[in-house]
Design a protein around this ligand. Structure first.
Ligand code: DI6
Ligand code: FE
Length: 388
């Protein structure tokens, strides 16, 4: 809970009142207003209550898997070499195009269920494995069906500028003209897009090309975010900042000028240790510079079949601490308050009156246990919109 001075904003012996799916009051039980004292109450036995966790960067909708590439990397091939040889993202594109909507949904739900079992109440889902108009739309429809199929909120991001599909190899601008921009237009017209994302990298799109996608997002009044500075520094985060981005994500190769650009635009730094770990990256994201310049940090799984086949946000918190030296308090804020900000959500991510009653109740004695354990799930109960 939010209480000044205490680490984690922790309130000992707290009470929380839920009315009509919202938090009506929360604070020390001893201060519970008399208006609430006669409501039916439940004793949670001294367990820890946090906001429901938020996974603010995922690609959980996709066809197939890339276990073979995992083997190839162990045999010495790099992620970029595999991508340039027609594997990588475009191999998942082939499998996703071949999959029907029902199969895509069924596969995505297995991953979503793993996240929900750890107390996730909101998740972001990107398109970007269709790379043709029809399949990009199908991915976004599946993403919205996830929210109809499970008690979880979904925010979608259009990621048509994720990779250049084989049929447009060497012609990124023609791909943007003929597929990506028309797909964004069609998806927006169907109400399927909450934000617009891109992959700014030598193996994907240049800052100038990303700017064309962001210009259309701006015309539609859609917020933007960007996969930036993951493998090299092309100035992607600074570009995103110029468009007032909600977030820039990955950021291992970001320099201080990029950090200050993000600070000025109020963008969240989304830290993705699963991709760092999987790709055996050694360049650390500039966590100290984010602290120095007051850039809020979120932490997310980046769940995807290639660089981060990870469906545990708790394990991700552990990785953020162990690999990047984030504190457990920063990691937890990164999967709650700052993750909400990275999605442009103001009604969740903290425990305070008026917010949605999206809660996670944990069988732990101290909040640091959420980051400290590896492969153990202490969730006792998840409450979504006030319902257990
Ligand atoms: N960066 C990533 O880490 C994922 N997408 C991106 O732009 C990887 C996607 C994949 O390899 O399938
Ligand atoms: Fe990603």
């Amino acid at each position: 809970m939010e209480a000044d001075g205490e680490a984690y904003g922790l309130v000992e012996r707290g009470a929380l009142v839920i009315e009509a799916g919202r938090i009506a009051w929360c604070g020390p039980a001893a201060s519970l207003p008399s208006a609430f004292t006669d409501l039916p109450a439940e004793d949670l036995g001294g367990r820890l209550v946090t906001p429901g966790l938020i996974d603010c960067h995922t690609h959980v909708v996709f066809g197939g898997n890339r276990a073979r590439e995992f083997e190839m990397r162990l045999e010495g091939a790099s992620y970029e070499e595999i991508a340039r040889a027609g594997g990588g993202i475009v191999s998942t594109v082939r499998a996703t195009r071949a999959a029907g909507e029902a199969d895509l949904l069924a596969d995505a739900l297995k991953r979503v269920d793993a996240l929900i079992a750890e107390g996730i109440t909101v998740l972001e889902i990107k398109s970007g494995y269709g790379l043709d108009i029809e399949t990009e739309l199908r991915m976004l429809r599946v993403a919205s069906k996830v929210a109809e199929s499970r008690p979880v909120r979904v925010k979608t991001s259009f990621l048509g500028a994720h990779a250049i599909p084989a049929e447009f190899k060497g012609e990124p601008d023609r791909y943007l003209n003929e597929v990506c921009l028309p797909a964004l237009k069609a998806a927006h017209a169907e109400g399927l897009v909450d934000a617009v994302d891109g992959f700014c990298e030598d193996i994907a799109f240049s800052p100038e090309q990303i700017a064309r996608v962001f210009d259309l997002a701006k015309d539609f009044g859609l917020p933007v975010k960007l996969h930036a500075e993951q493998l090299s520094n092309l100035g992607g985060a600074a570009l995103a900042a110029r468009y007032g981005a909600l977030s820039a994500d990955h950021l291992e190769y970001l320099d201080e000028a990029g950090v200050t650009a993000m600070a000025d635009s109020g963008s969240v730094a989304v830290i993705l240790p699963g991709a760092f770990y999987t790709l055996r990256e050694t360049q650390l994201p500039p966590v100290d510079l984010f602290r120095k310049h007051g850039v809020p940090m979120a932490v997310a799984t980046d769940c995807n079949p290639g660089s981060s086949p990870l469906t545990s946000l708790l394990l991700t918190l552990n990785m953020a601490c162990t690999l990047f030296r984030m504190t457990p308090e920063e990691a937890l804020a990164g999967a709650t308050r700052n993750a909400a900000q990275a999605l442009g959500l103001e009604d969740c991510g903290i425990l305070s009156a008026g917010k949605r009653a999206d809660l996670a109740v944990w069988d732990v004695e101290h909040p640091a246990e959420l980051s400290y354990r590896i492969g153990f799930n202490p969730l006792y109960r998840r409450i979504f919109g006030g319902a257990a």
